[in-house]
Design a protein around this ligand. Structure first.
Ligand code: NAP
Length: 246
């Protein structure tokens, strides 16, 4: 259980991030729900947590912006005094074939997904080092392990997150901080709802368990990695994908 822990979840206004926020709160953590544009939906997540007896706050921050991340985390420090868990979940897609991909679609995905992950880790690291404890969980993807046609930008960002995870794990381990990644397969959220039925059918055919994941499947794994029981696990990429990347 996570009683008394302070947890920051980026991109928690919907989808996987929302499920992670709900799960951490259900296990007793006080959760800071980060969002970029969807303030009203972040407030709904906060209400849902409070209705179930949990504690939560919302905070706007564009994770792609280094300065905003420093301010965001120093605000959390002022209000809560410590940070025990950071879940780097915020992410975007800008899919398209390599030959036609506009430069800004490559840059935007790298800035939010990859640099955003660096920005928040950079911002919490000093405090976690002082505490000599912390749990950092980064959302990668099976696409970061296997690649995917039409997603060079996204695959690069998610493979890069694995590089950050392993390097940060080595650097922060002597200070009692673990850093792990989750590589979800195909999860039913608004991110995947925009895909055509044909693409979804092709994806389903590649999943040995024969079904898409639910946000809660990912949330349970994140909560485990955040727990005391996972204290000897670091630098790992946990695939939660129905066997998609076997
Ligand atoms: P989603 O439904 O599109 O939600 C994305 C979340 O990220 C939203 O809360 C959004 O909030 C936030 N966000 C986007 N840009 C942001 C920024 N610049 N700063 C702060 N927050 C930002 O996506 P999802 O499917 O839940 O995916 C969550 C994570 O899992 C992503 O990293 C994604 O790459 C990864 N993933 C998803 C799948 C899948 O099948 N769904 C598979 C593998 C990995 P605002 O609206 O407020 O911007």
């Amino acid at each position: 259980m996570l009683e008394g822990k302070i947890a920051v979840v980026t991109g928690a206004s919907r989808g996987i991030g929302k499920a992670v926020a709900l799960e951490l709160a259900a296990q007793g953590a006080e959760v800071i729900i980060n969002y970029n544009g969807s303030g009203a939906r972040a407030e709904e997540v906060k209400r849902e947590i409070e209705e179930k007896g949990g504690k939560a706050e919302t905070c706007q921050c564009n994770v792609a912006d280094f300065g905003q991340c420093l301010e965001f985390i120093s605000g959390v420090m002022k209000d809560f005094g410590r940070i025990d868990i950071l879940v780097n979940n915020a992410g975007i897609t800008r899919d398209g074939l390599l030959m036609k991909m506009p430069e800004e679609d490559f840059d935007d995905v790298i800035k939010v997904n990859l640099k955003g992950t660096f920005n928040t880790i950079r911002a919490v690291s000093r405090q976690m080092i002082k505490q000599r404890s912390g749990r950092i969980i980064n959302m990668s993807s099976v696409v970061g392990l296997c690649g995917n046609a039409g997603q060079v930008n996204y695959a690069a960002s998610k493979a890069g997150i694995i590089g950050i995870t392993k390097s940060a794990a080595k650097e922060l381990a002597p200070r009692g901080i673990t850093v792990n990644a989750i590589a979800p397969g195909f999860v039913d959220t608004e991110m995947t709802a925009v895909l055509s039925d044909k693409v979804k059918e092709e994806a389903r055919a590649q999943i040995p368990l024969g079904k898409f994941g639910k946000p809660e499947d990912i949330a349970k794994t994140a909560a485990f990695l955040a727990s005391e029981e996972a204290g000897y696990i670091t630098g790992q990429v946990i695939q939660v994908d129905g066997g998609m990347a076997i």
